[in-house]
Design a protein around this ligand. Structure first.
Ligand code: SF4
Length: 371
């Protein structure tokens, strides 16, 4: 529980959207407002996407005014939205301080055109300090962490659009947008708690995937806390030599450290791990790479998501061709790995994470030295 009550004595709570349901209940109690109002506030923010107190029509004007005195309600503004021919929608959100983050709605359809999976890819930080060579966000450097409310609201807003367009709620959330989610551990966990709450989107944790470059300490922490969402590791290279070249984090947290962490994770949670593997032409797509990758999948029960890269201007690494993909997959499965392919989506829009924000002039921050 945050110590916001101390703030309350001297000043306002800066943003109502930093509070979870229990904290909203405490706020209501302190303001002499009935407890059930906390649930109403929670629903307005995290189910119905209210961006002002005025929108909360089942709360009286007088009460809204008292709440507005106690806490700001900072809106997340849709600054841009691009829709791809394949239905992928990319959102650029402007935060209260002018920073910008991206989120993506990725619809998948049954053969008859009815929506099947509706996945939201969400950002957890403005920029990122990890400087992966292939990533547009990495070039931006780290600006700041998002609050749990700022993370959750991306999903809530997109969910409203999904319901309007497809007549159903989103089905999956992946923390694979801008930022390294486990580098903003507390706020990411709070946002998951919010979004899996039945009064919010109410998704099962099993429908939530958090993707990490492999921060060993935090992976152990997830395991020790018994978190039951899905863990994906952004691997992208099957050896320390190659991984060091494209992911600076590997020089301090190498594959040995990652192996220990995922073994600890599996021992505690009994959950499979997914390895994300961007396939780059003539960098990590040889038969030998496939064999090394298959060996990694034996650390714990796991599967590989081979991902076709969205080329980023100015990045030397390029998407592997179809022939190399097919040969790689053959070798991978022959070596005993479970693998699926994720085709790139939104090729005709700025769908690579960070591209849209950079184009729109998002300022840059600090970074690990990128190769
Ligand atoms: S891939 Fe992820 S961790 Fe690496 S720079 Fe991009 S956002 Fe950061």
């Amino acid at each position: 529980m945050v110590g916001y009550a101390h703030q309350l004595e001297t000043t306002r709570v800066t943003d109502l959207k930093t509070l979870n349901l229990q904290e909203l209940e405490v706020l209501c109690r302190d303001l002499g407002i009935e407890k059930f109002r906390a649930v109403q506030l929670f629903e307005w923010m995290y189910r119905r996407g209210a961006d002002s107190y005025d929108a909360m029509t089942n709360i009286s004007k007088d009460l809204r005014a008292r709440l507005a005195e106690a806490a700001e309600l900072r809106p997340l503004v849709v600054a841009d939205r691009q829709v791809s021919k394949d239905g992928t929608s990319k959102y650029l959100f402007r935060l209260h301080d002018g920073n910008r983050v991206e989120a993506v709605l990725i619809p998948e359809f049954f053969d008859d055109g009815v929506a099947d999976r509706l996945t939201v890819c969400v950002s957890s930080q403005v920029g990122c300090m990890f400087g992966c060579a292939f990533c547009a966000t990495g070039r931006m450097g780290f600006i700041r962490n998002l609050s749990a409310g700022e993370i959750a609201e991306q999903v809530v807003r997109i969910n409203l659009d999904a319901e309007a367009a497809y007549g159903k709620r989103i089905t999956n959330i992946v923390y694979m947008g801008m930022g390294e989610p486990l580098h903003n551990y507390q706020q990411v966990m709070r946002s998951i708690d919010i979004l899996t709450h039945p009064k919010s989107i109410g998704l099962s944790p099993k429908r939530v995937t958090v993707s990490s470059v492999g921060l060993a300490k935090q992976i152990r922490q997830l395991a020790d806390e018994g978190r039951t969402f899905r863990l994906a590791i952004s691997l992208h290279a099957p050896s320390d030599v190659k991984r060091n070249r494209i992911m600076p984090i590997n020089t301090s947290l190498d594959l040995g450290a990652l192996k220990d962490a995922v073994r600890h994770y599996f021992a505690k949670t009994k959950l499979d791990v997914t390895y994300e593997y961007l396939l780059f032409q003539e960098f990590n797509d040889s038969a030998e790479d496939a064999k090394q990758l298959a060996a990694i999948t034996k650390w714990v029960p796991s599967k590989v998501n081979v991902i076709m890269y969205n080329n980023v201007a100015g990045v030397e690494l390029k998407r592997a061709g179809e022939d190399r993909l097919n040969a790689f997959l053959r070798e991978l499965t022959r070596a005993g790995a479970r693998a699926t392919v994720r085709r790139s989506r939104g090729d005709d829009i700025d769908a690579g994470c960070g591209q849209l924000a950079i184009r729109e002039g998002q300022p840059r921050g600090k970074s690990l030295s990128a190769s």
